[in-house]
Design a binder for this molecule. Structure first.
Ligand SMILES: C[S@@+](CC[C@H](N)C(=O)[O-])C[C@H]1O[C@@H](n2cnc3c(N)ncnc32)[C@H](O)[C@@H]1O
Length: 258
């Protein structure tokens, strides 16, 4: 059974998203009424290396991840450091892989991987092939983390700029089953490029059965609305409900091409 079929069996527990404005209203009203807890960050942007515990119940493990806090000349900016979303998304995959999300047959591409935590966690959870990608300036720290984490199975890091695509098209040489995106929308300007890249990677599967799983921190209502609007132009979008005790400002989506 493909990952697409697995996801489609679960649709009754997901929320169909058809209107971006309604989605944002619902998210903010539900989240604010649920107690508006302060988020407890599991990451630390000041360290050059950190141990991250992925708490996935029976599938818990610890990963050592190198960071480059000064990659952009500004402490803690962009993918030089881990974002909380990458921990939450890795833990979500860990928990789901215990029950019915079998990763062992999947070819996975992560976009905007930063330090690579989600892709590396998916590798650790037994995915068949994982390619973590980011812009050129991220490749050093990303390759270091991948080299340290690689065990049984295939784990690669390669440059893939949403705006320019990849010089190394091996990213797309095999049809992709799952595209993973963790916290890549922090400004409206990146939305069309990111959604375009998701479309391109999903099109590597001729049968339209590539699934995108997106974890996104809620920062600005307007930016989030622009993201959902752009997704809805090309994708069927479902929200996967998250337990608000995990993080009241976190959303998860499953998407696939229309
Ligand atoms: C907020 S960080 C999130 C990093 C990582 N996914 C995480 O959750 O820790 C956003 C990531 O998007 C990447 N990014 C931004 N613009 C990009 C582009 N045009 N092409 C590829 N990656 C891009 C950044 O380099 C950065 O790694």
């Amino acid at each position: 059974m493909s990952f697409f079929d697995i996801i489609n069996r679960e649709l009754s527990s997901f929320v169909a998203v058809t209107d971006a404005e309604e989605e944002v209203c619902e998210l903010y009203s539900v989240y604010y009424s649920s107690g508006h807890k302060e988020r407890v960050d599991r990451v630390d942007a000041s360290l050059s290396e950190l141990e991250i515990e992925i708490n996935g119940g029976q599938r818990s493990f610890t990963l050592t991840i190198a960071q480059n806090p000064h990659i952009n000349g500004e402490l803690g900016q962009t993918g030089g450091v881990l974002w909380n979303s990458s921990v939450l998304l890795s833990e979500y995959f860990a928990r789901r892989s215990i029950s019915n999300w079998d990763l062992s047959t999947l070819n996975i591409v992560e976009l905007g991987s930063g330090c690579g935590l989600v892709g590396i966690a998916l590798h650790r959870l037994g995915a068949k092939r994982v390619v973590v990608t980011d812009q050129r300036r991220m490749m050093k720290v990303l390759a270091k983390n991948v080299d340290r984490a690689r065990s049984k199975g295939q784990l690669f890091a390669t440059e893939y700029d949403w705006d320019k695509g990849s010089e190394d098209m091996s990213v797309l040489s095999e049809p992709v089953d799952l595209v993973v995106v963790s916290d890549c929308v922090y400004h409206e300007e990146v939305v069309p490029m990111l959604v375009g890249a998701m479309r391109e990677v999903c099109q590597s599967r001729a049968d339209g059965k590539a699934v995108g799983i997106i974890g996104q921190e809620l920062r600005s209502d307007l930016v989030h609305q622009a993201f959902v609007e752009a997704l809805l132009d090309s994708f069927i979008v479902y929200r996967i409900p998250v337990d608000p005790s995990v993080d009241t400002f976190y959303t998860l989506y499953a998407v696939w091409l229309k």
